[in-house]
Design a protein around this ligand. Structure first.
Ligand SMILES: Cc1ncc(COP(=O)(O)O)c(C=O)c1O
Length: 384
């Protein structure tokens, strides 16, 4: 039987079952997209500056220099290493096809290989990751090389496989760190730096969308390596640990010439003044990330404790604001998603991608404590 397809219209239909939410829970409840929970307290100072009808009449600075300067200081890069946009989604969509094309055209051997097998400059990425990237690359006619990730060892990435793959030819290595949807750290600086140095013609893109959930004392971020390695790129977003998905801010750290290439393809004045000022306030709030890490760790523990007694559900260790789960008794994530949608709770299941089937899996975003309790109550009723 084909799994039922649930559209957002189904999800919000008044004809569906309606669970009565407890205080503090608003329906529909979206725990399917990993949106963060809390915005930095300092962001609310920004709103107080706008009280008059004339307060929003002016454009922001053309290149959002005030925000770039703060990012440069905090991430240990130069302002010209920073490409800002309305979220990392648009950056990935713009930059990856451009980069792959640029790298193919840079060598006659690659042009030939690309004409024959589409593998002029392949994208090399773990099998179970932020699927939009390999999917879009494949749709754009690019060759995607998948690195195995196995639930048997909690999805550890064997970095030596990247090395063996690059020995056969250069490519773009794309790693989400911590990975979405598995939630674990896949790559450390210690393991990646030798590869970055050994393969200067390859490109390494570390997507640090969820990295701020991890204490930098436990895992050293990749950002301040960008000025040292022109073949390294790091992307970041304000959508998760900074709780600003509604505002849409993301950035890429890369060598200045690549940033300039991307700037040429889009207009300046991209981020409005509210985005710019909220971004600055978020980064300059010293209390925010320690608070969010602690609150997320507690909320994650609440979810693990509630998921543990459910029959036929395995969970995987996560360092981010979501938990990957797997049915071990033949049930499918898509069935659960449809059942939860009738209760106006969105969760994530996974379509087959690049020849792999992810039917037994589903992912839950960590919400506020009341939302997590409501989610667990509903999961217990549905899963039993
Ligand atoms: C790994 C990863 N990168 C990038 C994004 C895009 O985030 P945004 O466009 O909100 O910055 C997502 C969103 O789910 C993600 O999971």
């Amino acid at each position: 039987m084909t799994p039922p397809k649930v559209s957002t219209t189904d999800m919000f239909s008044p004809m569906q079952d309606r669970a009565t939410p407890p205080a503090g829970v608003k329906l529909p409840l979206n725990l399917g997209l990993n949106d963060g929970t809390y915005a930095p307290q300092r962001c609310f100072e920004v709103f107080k500056r706008y009280t008059q009808r004339t307060d929003l009449r002016n454009y922001s600075s053309p290149n959002n220099d005030p925000l770039r300067e703060v990012i440069a200081r905090i991430d240990g890069v130069d302002p010209d290493n920073i490409f800002l946009h309305n979220g990392t989604g648009p950056i990935l969509k713009l930059a990856i096809p451009y980069l792959l094309k640029q790298r193919v055209l840079a060598s006659p051997k690659r042009i030939l290989r690309h004409a024959v097998s589409r593998a002029g400059f392949p994208i090399i990425t773990p099998r179970f990751t932020y699927s939009k990237v390999p999917k879009k690359a494949a749709e754009g006619g690019m060759h995607v090389d998948m690195l195995p990730l196995d639930p048997g060892d909690n999805f550890q990435l064997d970095v030596s496989r990247i090395e063996r793959r690059l020995e056969r030819g250069d490519g773009l290595v794309y790693i989400v760190n911590p990975n979405n949807p598995t939630g674990n750290i896949l790559a450390t600086r210690e393991k990646m730096i030798p590869l970055i140095e050994r393969f200067p013609e390859s490109r390494f893109w570390i997507d640090e969308a969820y990295v701020h959930y991890v204490d930098p004392g436990e895992h050293e971020y990749f950002s301040n390596l960008v000025p040292r390695y022109p073949n390294l790129m790091v992307s970041r977003t304000f959508s998760f640990a900074y709780g600003l998905a509604a505002v849409r801010i993301g950035y890429l750290l890369a060598k200045p010439s690549f940033v300039a290439d991307l700037e040429r393809q889009v207009t300046n004045y991209r981020l409005g003044i509210l985005q710019e000022q909220l971004g600055v306030a978020a980064l300059e709030d010293p209390d925010h990330l320690p608070f969010v890490r602690e609150a997320t760790a507690k909320a994650r523990a609440q979810l693990y404790a509630g998921l543990d007694p459910l029959h036929g559900v395995q969970t995987f260790p996560s360092q981010a604001n979501f938990i990957l789960c797997r049915f071990t008794d033949g049930r499918r994530g898509s069935e659960l998603k449809a059942q939860m949608a009738r209760r106006q709770i969105a969760i994530k299941c996974f379509d087959p991608a690049n020849g792999q089937n992810y039917d037994p899996y589903f992912r839950l975003t960590v919400g506020l404590p009341e939302e997590n309790a409501f989610l667990l109550e509903n999961l217990a009723e549905v899963i039993g």
